[in-house]
Design a protein around this ligand. Structure first.
Ligand code: ADP
Ligand code: 5GP
Length: 208
């Protein structure tokens, strides 16, 4: 069985990545979301083990020092990391995995030699709209909003390093574009749109 593919999705905070990802996960079959570890506190409604594994700094540092993360970074003052074991287990079983990680994490994976990932950057239609969405979400303090907007400018400058750029103006269009990238990558790796391998009797038919 061939290994599953890795997809990286990055975006400045508030661009709508989580909203798009929910749609993509509902639309695309056999796609696994990589649940990162983070030292950030859960937002109201966030359940441990769903969007994130919430851990303290000590636990994070222990995992990091033991080589447990495929990549990790400090983002907006908190640590975030991708579990090596969880990702390798899924891809080893032929499943595609989607990583919601920041530009630093994406750069680590791009520079490393052991991971081959397709990277997608989600852009807001404008910086003004990004600010409106971030404030409109109502989950951050004024201080955190400012920090995230400052970081957004730096992150947007990294967009050109990515394989695919998707502007999240209309939500449905952006989700469809991302689903199309995943579908095309599957075709490249001789898989059906649902992620399963193209049957060998079709690829190498016996003589008649
Ligand atoms: P991120 O995960 O990138 O930080 P979210 O998915 O939380 O961003 O989206 C930030 C805010 O913008 C949310 O309130 C969300 O409902 C809104 N939003 C997301 N996509 C769109 C869109 N295409 N048009 C208008 N608002 C959007
Ligand atoms: P949030 O706190 O809004 O959930 O996420 C903040 C940022 O951290 C986002 O840019 C998100 O992509 C990034 N992030 C989440 N998990 C990881 C991870 O495992 N590694 C890295 N490098 N960034 C992550």
């Amino acid at each position: 069985m061939t290994n599953g593919s890795l997809f990286i999705i990055s975006a400045p905070s508030g661009a709508g990545k989580s909203t798009i990802l929910k749609r993509v996960m509902a639309e695309v079959e056999n796609l696994v979301f990589s649940i990162s570890h983070t030292t950030r506190r859960p937002r109201p409604g966030e359940i441990d083990g769903h969007a994130y594994h919430f851990v303290d700094r000590e636990t994070f540092t222990r995992l990091r020092n033991a080589g447990g993360f495929l990549e990790w970074a400090e983002v907006h003052g908190n640590f975030y990391g991708t579990s090596r074991e969880a990702v390798e287990t899924e891809t080893g079983q032929g499943r595609d995995v989607i990583l919601d990680i920041d530009v630093q994490g994406a750069e680590q994976l791009r520079k490393g030699t052991d991971v081959n990932a397709v990277s997608i950057f989600v852009l807001p239609p404008s910086v003004a709209e990004l600010e409106r969405r971030l404030r409109g979400r109502g989950t951050e303090s004024e201080e955190t909003v400012r920090l995230r907007l400052d970081n957004a400018v730096r992150e947007l400058r990294q967009a050109e390093q990515y394989d695919f750029l998707v502007v999240n103006d209309d939500l449905a269009t952006a989700a469809t574009q991302i689903a199309a990238v995943i579908s095309a990558e599957r075709a490249k790796h001789r898989r059906l749109a649902d992620g399963h391998p193209i049957p060998t009797e079709v690829l190498s038919p016996p003589d008649r």
